[in-house]
Write a protein that binds this ligand. Structure first.
Ligand code: HPA
Length: 250
Protein backbone atom coordinates (compact mmCIF):
# COMPACT_ATOMS: atom_id res chain seq x y z
CA UNK A 1 0.00 0.00 0.00
CA UNK A 2 1.24 3.48 -0.85
CA UNK A 3 2.09 5.83 2.02
CA UNK A 4 -0.48 8.47 2.97
CA UNK A 5 2.10 10.66 4.70
CA UNK A 6 4.61 12.75 2.77
CA UNK A 7 7.57 14.82 3.87
CA UNK A 8 8.76 17.60 1.61
CA UNK A 9 12.36 18.42 2.49
CA UNK A 10 13.75 21.89 1.91
CA UNK A 11 17.18 23.51 2.08
CA UNK A 12 19.29 21.48 4.51
CA UNK A 13 17.09 18.42 4.10
CA UNK A 14 17.64 17.19 0.52
CA UNK A 15 17.83 13.63 1.80
CA UNK A 16 16.35 12.13 4.92
CA UNK A 17 18.91 9.74 6.39
CA UNK A 18 16.49 8.59 9.09
CA UNK A 19 14.17 7.19 6.41
CA UNK A 20 14.60 3.45 5.84
CA UNK A 21 14.42 3.64 2.05
CA UNK A 22 12.55 0.91 0.20
CA UNK A 23 12.55 2.26 -3.34
CA UNK A 24 12.52 5.40 -5.49
CA UNK A 25 10.21 6.31 -8.31
CA UNK A 26 10.52 8.99 -10.98
CA UNK A 27 7.06 10.32 -11.85
CA UNK A 28 5.79 12.71 -14.41
CA UNK A 29 2.54 14.65 -14.10
CA UNK A 30 0.31 16.70 -16.40
CA UNK A 31 2.22 19.69 -14.96
CA UNK A 32 5.68 18.34 -15.71
CA UNK A 33 8.37 16.73 -13.59
CA UNK A 34 8.47 16.91 -9.80
CA UNK A 35 11.65 18.28 -8.21
CA UNK A 36 12.97 14.82 -7.36
CA UNK A 37 12.08 11.14 -7.47
CA UNK A 38 9.62 10.04 -4.82
CA UNK A 39 11.54 8.16 -2.16
CA UNK A 40 9.42 5.51 -0.45
CA UNK A 41 10.46 4.24 2.92
CA UNK A 42 9.67 3.79 6.58
CA UNK A 43 10.01 6.31 9.37
CA UNK A 44 9.04 5.56 12.95
CA UNK A 45 7.64 2.26 11.69
CA UNK A 46 5.24 3.99 9.27
CA UNK A 47 5.26 4.11 5.46
CA UNK A 48 6.32 7.57 4.32
CA UNK A 49 7.23 9.17 1.00
CA UNK A 50 9.92 11.85 0.79
CA UNK A 51 10.34 14.51 -1.89
CA UNK A 52 13.31 16.90 -2.10
CA UNK A 53 11.81 20.31 -2.97
CA UNK A 54 15.04 21.72 -4.42
CA UNK A 55 16.07 18.42 -6.05
CA UNK A 56 18.19 15.62 -4.64
CA UNK A 57 21.34 17.64 -5.28
CA UNK A 58 19.82 20.97 -4.23
CA UNK A 59 19.98 22.52 -7.69
CA UNK A 60 16.50 24.07 -8.08
CA UNK A 61 16.10 27.64 -6.83
CA UNK A 62 12.75 28.56 -5.22
CA UNK A 63 11.30 30.30 -8.30
CA UNK A 64 12.13 27.31 -10.55
CA UNK A 65 10.46 24.67 -8.41
CA UNK A 66 7.52 22.97 -10.09
CA UNK A 67 5.20 23.21 -7.08
CA UNK A 68 2.23 21.90 -9.04
CA UNK A 69 4.06 18.78 -10.21
CA UNK A 70 5.31 18.11 -6.67
CA UNK A 71 1.89 18.30 -5.04
CA UNK A 72 0.16 16.54 -7.91
CA UNK A 73 2.58 13.59 -7.79
CA UNK A 74 2.04 13.17 -4.04
CA UNK A 75 -1.73 13.42 -4.37
CA UNK A 76 -1.73 10.96 -7.28
CA UNK A 77 -0.06 8.20 -5.25
CA UNK A 78 -2.60 8.61 -2.43
CA UNK A 79 -0.90 10.99 0.01
CA UNK A 80 -3.32 12.69 2.41
CA UNK A 81 -0.99 14.50 4.84
CA UNK A 82 2.09 16.54 4.07
CA UNK A 83 4.71 17.81 6.50
CA UNK A 84 6.72 20.45 4.69
CA UNK A 85 10.14 21.38 6.05
CA UNK A 86 11.50 24.79 5.08
CA UNK A 87 14.32 27.16 5.97
CA UNK A 88 13.34 30.70 6.95
CA UNK A 89 14.90 33.94 8.06
CA UNK A 90 13.89 35.16 11.51
CA UNK A 91 12.07 38.50 11.75
CA UNK A 92 10.28 38.43 15.14
CA UNK A 93 12.59 38.83 18.13
CA UNK A 94 12.12 35.24 19.32
CA UNK A 95 12.94 33.73 15.89
CA UNK A 96 16.60 33.18 16.57
CA UNK A 97 18.68 31.00 14.25
CA UNK A 98 18.48 27.29 14.97
CA UNK A 99 14.91 27.43 16.34
CA UNK A 100 11.98 25.50 14.88
CA UNK A 101 8.87 27.48 13.98
CA UNK A 102 5.35 26.35 13.17
CA UNK A 103 3.71 29.14 11.18
CA UNK A 104 -0.04 29.57 11.46
CA UNK A 105 -0.56 32.22 8.78
CA UNK A 106 0.92 33.26 5.45
CA UNK A 107 1.24 36.46 3.49
CA UNK A 108 2.05 35.74 -0.15
CA UNK A 109 4.41 38.26 -1.75
CA UNK A 110 5.49 35.92 -4.56
CA UNK A 111 4.78 36.73 -8.18
CA UNK A 112 4.99 34.95 -11.54
CA UNK A 113 4.63 31.42 -10.20
CA UNK A 114 1.97 29.04 -11.53
CA UNK A 115 -0.16 29.06 -8.41
CA UNK A 116 -3.32 27.03 -9.03
CA UNK A 117 -4.66 23.81 -10.49
CA UNK A 118 -7.91 25.62 -11.27
CA UNK A 119 -7.20 27.54 -14.45
CA UNK A 120 -7.80 25.52 -17.62
CA UNK A 121 -10.78 23.52 -18.89
CA UNK A 122 -12.99 24.68 -16.02
CA UNK A 123 -16.68 24.01 -15.86
CA UNK A 124 -16.92 26.59 -13.07
CA UNK A 125 -14.57 29.02 -11.37
CA UNK A 126 -13.31 27.67 -8.03
CA UNK A 127 -12.11 29.64 -5.00
CA UNK A 128 -10.72 27.58 -2.14
CA UNK A 129 -11.12 28.73 1.46
CA UNK A 130 -7.68 29.66 2.80
CA UNK A 131 -8.62 31.42 6.05
CA UNK A 132 -6.44 28.95 7.94
CA UNK A 133 -3.72 28.08 5.41
CA UNK A 134 -2.29 25.19 7.45
CA UNK A 135 -4.09 22.12 8.75
CA UNK A 136 -4.82 22.93 12.43
CA UNK A 137 -4.74 19.27 13.56
CA UNK A 138 -1.42 18.52 11.88
CA UNK A 139 0.11 21.74 13.25
CA UNK A 140 -1.18 20.96 16.72
CA UNK A 141 0.32 17.49 16.63
CA UNK A 142 3.71 18.80 15.47
CA UNK A 143 3.72 21.41 18.23
CA UNK A 144 2.63 18.93 20.94
CA UNK A 145 5.42 16.51 20.06
CA UNK A 146 8.03 19.28 19.65
CA UNK A 147 7.14 20.57 23.12
CA UNK A 148 7.12 17.08 24.65
CA UNK A 149 10.61 16.55 23.20
CA UNK A 150 11.66 19.94 24.59
CA UNK A 151 12.79 21.10 21.16
CA UNK A 152 13.48 24.80 20.67
CA UNK A 153 10.05 25.52 19.13
CA UNK A 154 8.01 28.65 18.33
CA UNK A 155 4.33 27.79 18.20
CA UNK A 156 2.96 30.42 15.82
CA UNK A 157 3.82 33.23 13.46
CA UNK A 158 3.02 34.60 10.04
CA UNK A 159 5.19 33.31 7.22
CA UNK A 160 6.10 35.84 4.53
CA UNK A 161 6.56 34.10 1.18
CA UNK A 162 9.00 36.01 -1.03
CA UNK A 163 10.00 35.16 -4.59
CA UNK A 164 13.76 35.19 -4.17
CA UNK A 165 16.18 33.81 -5.02
CA UNK A 166 17.97 36.83 -3.60
CA UNK A 167 17.58 37.58 0.08
CA UNK A 168 15.63 40.68 1.09
CA UNK A 169 16.72 44.25 1.67
CA UNK A 170 16.55 45.62 5.20
CA UNK A 171 13.67 47.89 4.09
CA UNK A 172 11.74 44.92 2.75
CA UNK A 173 12.14 43.14 6.07
CA UNK A 174 10.96 46.27 7.94
CA UNK A 175 7.89 46.26 5.71
CA UNK A 176 7.24 42.55 6.38
CA UNK A 177 7.58 43.26 10.09
CA UNK A 178 5.01 46.08 9.87
CA UNK A 179 2.75 43.62 8.06
CA UNK A 180 3.01 41.33 11.09
CA UNK A 181 5.32 38.66 9.63
CA UNK A 182 7.44 36.63 12.04
CA UNK A 183 9.55 34.76 9.50
CA UNK A 184 10.44 34.94 5.82
CA UNK A 185 11.01 32.20 3.28
CA UNK A 186 10.82 31.58 -0.46
CA UNK A 187 8.98 28.29 -0.89
CA UNK A 188 5.87 28.49 1.31
CA UNK A 189 3.72 29.65 -1.59
CA UNK A 190 2.13 28.45 -3.76
CA UNK A 191 2.91 25.11 -2.07
CA UNK A 192 0.40 25.57 0.77
CA UNK A 193 -2.40 26.77 -1.52
CA UNK A 194 -1.86 23.94 -4.00
CA UNK A 195 -2.01 21.42 -1.17
CA UNK A 196 -5.34 22.93 -0.09
CA UNK A 197 -6.68 22.80 -3.66
CA UNK A 198 -5.99 19.06 -3.66
CA UNK A 199 -7.56 18.59 -0.23
CA UNK A 200 -4.27 17.58 1.41
CA UNK A 201 -3.61 18.20 5.09
CA UNK A 202 -0.52 20.36 5.05
CA UNK A 203 1.63 21.98 7.74
CA UNK A 204 5.08 23.53 7.80
CA UNK A 205 7.94 22.90 10.16
CA UNK A 206 10.31 25.81 9.56
CA UNK A 207 13.91 26.02 10.67
CA UNK A 208 15.29 29.48 11.29
CA UNK A 209 18.51 29.65 9.29
CA UNK A 210 19.54 33.27 9.89
CA UNK A 211 18.34 36.62 11.17
CA UNK A 212 16.46 38.29 8.32
CA UNK A 213 18.17 41.19 6.55
CA UNK A 214 18.89 44.11 8.86
CA UNK A 215 18.01 42.15 12.02
CA UNK A 216 21.66 41.47 12.87
CA UNK A 217 24.85 43.33 12.06
CA UNK A 218 26.58 42.58 8.77
CA UNK A 219 25.78 40.53 5.71
CA UNK A 220 23.96 37.21 5.63
CA UNK A 221 26.24 34.48 4.34
CA UNK A 222 25.46 31.05 2.93
CA UNK A 223 28.01 29.62 5.37
CA UNK A 224 26.02 31.02 8.30
CA UNK A 225 22.75 29.67 6.87
CA UNK A 226 24.24 26.21 6.34
CA UNK A 227 25.76 26.17 9.83
CA UNK A 228 22.48 27.03 11.53
CA UNK A 229 20.54 24.54 9.45
CA UNK A 230 22.68 21.62 10.64
CA UNK A 231 21.45 21.81 14.23
CA UNK A 232 17.94 22.78 13.17
CA UNK A 233 17.58 19.80 10.85
CA UNK A 234 18.73 17.43 13.61
CA UNK A 235 15.76 18.71 15.63
CA UNK A 236 13.48 18.23 12.61
CA UNK A 237 14.59 14.61 12.18
CA UNK A 238 13.95 13.88 15.86
CA UNK A 239 10.54 15.48 15.58
CA UNK A 240 9.56 13.59 12.41
CA UNK A 241 10.54 10.21 13.83
CA UNK A 242 8.38 10.83 16.90
CA UNK A 243 5.44 12.53 15.25
CA UNK A 244 4.76 10.16 12.38
CA UNK A 245 3.79 7.03 14.34
CA UNK A 246 1.06 9.05 16.12
CA UNK A 247 -0.53 10.60 13.04
CA UNK A 248 -4.09 9.45 12.65
CA UNK A 249 -4.92 8.08 9.21
CA UNK A 250 -7.16 10.49 7.26
N1 HPA B 1 14.87 35.23 3.51
C1 HPA B 1 14.13 34.44 2.70
N2 HPA B 1 14.24 33.12 2.70
C2 HPA B 1 15.10 32.54 3.55
C3 HPA B 1 15.88 33.30 4.42
C4 HPA B 1 15.76 34.71 4.40
O1 HPA B 1 16.43 35.44 5.15
N3 HPA B 1 16.65 32.43 5.12
C5 HPA B 1 16.31 31.18 4.69
N4 HPA B 1 15.38 31.25 3.74
Amino acid sequence: MNPTIAIIGGTGLATLDTLKTIHQETRSTPYGEPSSPLVYGELGGQPVVFLARHGQHHTLPPHKINYRANLWALHRIGVKQVIAVAAVGGIRADMDPGALAFPDQIIDYTWGRPCTFFEDHLTHVTHIDFTEPYCPELRERLIQVACALKLDARESGTYAAMSGPRLETAAEIRRLERDGCAMVGMTGMPEAALARELGLRYAVCAVVANWAAGKAAGEITMAEIERNLVGGMEQVKTLLTQVIPGLKPV
